[in-house]
Design a protein around this ligand. Structure first.
Ligand code: E4P
Length: 217
């Protein structure tokens, strides 16, 4: 499963990229607003930090304007993926941009039917929102499994990008359930590395090695 980082904060991205484990980035209008940065400027900067895909979301909800916005965003850098909402207009824009050879990420997906329509529209990625379903007492991970089954049954190549991830358990379960990508907030990404027993065990190994007085180098 590929790892994308879900932020528009370039300092957080720099730290995440330094691990060598990150494949791409997703942003959305809320994350851009949180960054306090100019949208095009920060998007270009993020795109220059990686060769991987960087999702940048259109602002309009109107089909024709979304297509125009999508083309402007795609011109910012070769690795921009245009993010579109899962609406009739968004899926029409997805078809036009796909015909132009532009990669797309259809976002705000909450049912397998919506994911099916996005695949038919040629979406490169579909973004089912796990956490927001869980917040309503529903099972976001069940949606990932349903989309996986539907796409596999019909041979759709749209990649399942598990979004709205709230915990390390979400990441693990998304991988096991068959998501192609998880887009992970920096805080959760950092939590993936740790375990108290890893730290405790390493402390003991370091201490015991020092007691030998030996050196490998
Ligand atoms: C990613 O593409 C989404 O915009 C993001 O994961 C949404 O997460 P949230 O539900 O925590 O806002």
């Amino acid at each position: 499963m590929k790892i994308f980082i879900d932020t528009a904060d370039t300092a957080e991205l720099e730290a995440a990229f330094a691990t060598g484990l990150v494949d791409g980035v997703t942003t959305n209008p809320s994350l851009i607003a949180k960054s306090g940065r100019d949208f095009k400027e920060v998007t270009k900067e993020i795109c220059s930090m990686t060769d991987g895909p960087v999702s940048a979301e259109v602002a309009s909800t109107d089909y024709k304007i979304m297509v125009k916005e999508g083309r402007v965003l795609a011109d910012l850098a070769s690795n921009v993926v245009v993010k579109l909402p899962l609406t009739v207009d968004g899926l029409k824009a997805c078809q036009d941009l796909t015909e132009d050879g532009i990669n797309t990420n259809v976002t705000l997906c909450f049912t397998a039917n919506q994911a099916w329509l996005a695949a038919k529209a040629g979406a490169t990625y579909i973004s089912p929102f796990i956490g927001r379903l869980d917040d309503l007492g529903m099972d976001g991970m069940e949606l990932i499994g349903d989309i996986r089954a539907l796409y596999d049954a019909h041979g759709y190549e749209t990649e399942i990008l598990a979004a709205s991830i709230r915990s390390t358990a979400h990441v693990q379960d998304a991988a096991i359930t068959g998501a192609d990508v998880a887009t992970i907030p920096p805080k959760v990404f950092n939590q993936l590395f740790g375990h108290p027993l890893t730290e405790k065990g390493l402390d003991a190994f370091v201490k015991d090695w020092a007691s030998t007085g030996q050196s490998i180098l």
